[in-house]
Write a new protein. Structure first.
Length: 184
């Protein structure tokens, strides 16, 4: 985990905040935001670090896909969230993408617990989590046994994941501003 150049810090916020707003309002992250964000992220790193920047971007992009695509395939997450995190990964590189993923998972988990409690669904949510674990342990797809677990289902407790990603990025930037060495 390393402190990013200020231009990359600003860039990831400029991408994540509108994505979060769209996800809150429309329950989707638009392609017109994610694809250009990916291309600009790669270009920024190439300008800053030449060939190493290209490799750095590909590592972050690839790691984001490795983490998020299976969640999309299991219908636990929308495609826009995957594309958003891939663009963020391309901007921040592999190790930083992993740190952002961890902080995003924590903030998303906390938001999920709050939402479940606020809607009186704690018992149902814990049951669903157990069902997911058992399904995956038996190599079954969770949403096939319980359609409520499909991200597209209106019956499930759905949260705008781009908001959690934006919070994860903000948390990462705060942590690295305090503890990580300045970039050269």
């Amino acid at each position: 985990m390393s402190r990013l150049p200020i231009i990359i810090q600003v860039y990831v916020l400029v991408v994540a905040i509108p994505a979060a707003i769209f996800d809150l309002r429309q329950r989707r992250v638009p392609n017109w935001l994610t694809l250009p964000a990916l291309l600009v992220a790669i270009a920024l790193n190439v300008v800053l670090y030449k060939t190493a920047g290209f490799t750095w971007s590909l590592a972050g992009f690839g790691l984001a896909l490795v983490i998020y695509f299976p969640l999309y395939a299991l219908r636990a997450m929308g495609a826009g969230d995957v594309k958003l995190m891939a663009a963020i990964g391309a901007a921040v590189g592999g190790a930083n993408c992993l740190a952002i993923f961890f902080i995003t998972a924590v903030t998303g988990g906390i938001a999920g617990m709050i939402a479940a409690a606020a809607r009186g669904r704690v018992r149902k949510t814990l049951h669903n989590l157990w069902f997911i674990v058992l399904s995956l342990a038996h190599r079954q797809i969770p949403h096939e046994g319980n359609p409520e677990l499909d991200v597209k289902s209106e019956a499930g407790l759905r949260l705008p994941h781009a908001v959690a990603i934006a919070c994860g990025i903000a948390g990462f930037l705060l942590v690295t501003a305090i503890w990580a060495p300045k970039p050269k």
